[in-house]
Design a binder for this molecule. Structure first.
Ligand code: PMP
Length: 407
């Protein structure tokens, strides 16, 4: 697409430049985790080679530098999601950790017997199980928004599920299994009209879509750095200040306290109240380079490139005899989920791997969604900014060959 030099972008990703099973690697498992550009790898090395120190507590120079680098990423994240303040940006281990934090603190405190939590059929297990655990412990009720045949949420059913007893709605912004982009801004407004809070699972949206927490007016947003060209082991929880300040701490330990005595311990201010112990400093520091990488291209151009790739893939693959798309929503991120008639998704994945093509197969941690479609799993090709039409042509050609065996 105009102005986007994909060859130049690819050259920043050393891992892409290799052969797998004798064929050039075509990496289409980006919804599981994206590859990391050289800037991120360099930032990790640079941190350990020159600055490594524990943050926040030291009087010495290296500790000050490490702290500054760590807090610099917090500022970048604030800008990235347009949070009102850096205090509302909490570092976690990932999306899963962020959701568990909210369930264990906000949930434990404010969601009681007979209260209701609403999630949807298309949630990742990490946005199902913490709420099931909470509802079981606190005797609350879990309600589920149904999904249509095209893989979209039934908004009418959602409105009917909302009640005076709804305390929290937790819904995925973009589905990892289908790619569906949910109309969360409208959904948040509807929840707020009933006095309910709203958590957005942004694991799959931040790499593709502009996300502005003030525009959305979401109460919580969680995402993972590793799905947006950053390192593993780092995530972000954004929460509105008044909620974070009222919520009890998640874990107890160093850094999250103001004063500890055996008589009484007082807690630190946000965000530190939720960051007990030594965090994943190096990976947080390197995450800043991933955000800079995204900024340098721009979300709009990333989206254009990915939409083009998705359209090309769908157009080609739809011609294959036995190709069955799963999830045909109008608004999608660059995920193509499908099955091949008469074939097990895992076998399709193995044959693609033999051709150097990396896809994910299985239930994608969305078993209730697979049940909804009467499937055990799908094959999922998910595209990132560094993928090319030539790679998609190879996917198509391989799928033609594979599908022919049983169709
Ligand atoms: N939600 C969604 C929609 C996801 O795609 C994922 C990752 N597959 C998660 C939550 C969990 O993210 P993580 O494993 O990074 O905690």
């Amino acid at each position: 697409s105009k102005g986007l030099n994909v060859a130049e972008i690819r050259s920043k990703f050393p891992v892409l430049d290799q052969e797998v099973n004798g064929k050039p690697l075509a990496y289409f498992d980006n919804a599981a985790t994206t590859q990391k550009p050289q800037e991120v790898l360099d930032a990790l090395n640079e941190y350990y080679e020159n600055h490594n120190s524990n943050i926040h507590r030291g009087a010495h120079t290296l500790a000050g530098r490490a702290t500054d680098l760590f807090e610099k990423t917090r500022s970048s994240v604030r800008a990235f999601i347009n949070a009102p303040s850096v205090e509302e940006v909490i570092f976690t281990k990932g999306t899963t950790d962020g959701i568990n934090l909210v369930a264990s603190t906000f949930g434990k405190t404010y969601i009681g017997a007979g209260d209701e939590v609403i999630i949807s059929t298309m949630e990742h297990h990490s946005n199902i199980v913490p709420w099931q655990m909470l509802c079981e412990t606190n005797k609350a009720v879990l309600k589920i928004i149904p999904v249509s045949d095209t893989g979209e949420l039934d908004l009418q059913a959602y409105e009917e599920l909302l009640s005076e007893r709804t305390k929290l709605v937790a819904v995925v912004h973009a589905s990892n299994a289908l790619g569906t982009i949910n109309p969360i801004k409208k959904m948040i407004q509807l929840a707020h009209d009933r006095g309910a809070r709203f958590l957005v699972d942004g694991a799959q949206s931040l790499a593709h879509l502009d996300v502005d927490v003030q525009d959305l007016d979401c109460d919580f947003l969680t995402f993972s750095a590793h799905k947006l060209y950053g390192p593993t082991g780092v995530g972000v929880l954004y929460g509105k200040r008044e909620l974070l300040e009222a919520m009890p701490p998640y874990q107890g330990g160093g850094e999250m306290i103001r004063e500890v005595t055996f008589a009484k311990t007082t807690y630190n201010d946000i965000p530190y109240k939720f960051e007990a112990g030594t965090p994943n400093i190096a990976d947080v520091v390197a995450f800043d380079a991933a955000l800079a990488f995204i900024r340098s291209i721009g979300k709009k151009r990333i989206q254009e490139q990915e939409n083009q790739l998705l359209a090309h893939a769908v157009e080609l693959c739809s011609q294959i005899n036995g190709f069955i798309p799963v999830g045909t929503a109008r608004e999608k991120v660059s995920v193509m989920s499908f099955t091949i008639r008469n074939m097990h998704p895992f076998d399709v994945g193995m044959m693609l791997d033999a051709a150097g093509i990396a896809v994910r197969t299985g239930h994608h941690c969305t078993q209730p969604l697979m049940d909804r479609f009467g499937l055990e799993g799908t094959v999922r090709a998910s595209f990132a900014v560094y993928n090319t039409n030539e790679e998609i042509d190879r996917l198509y050609e391989s799928l033609v060959r594979i599908a022919k065996r049983k169709n």
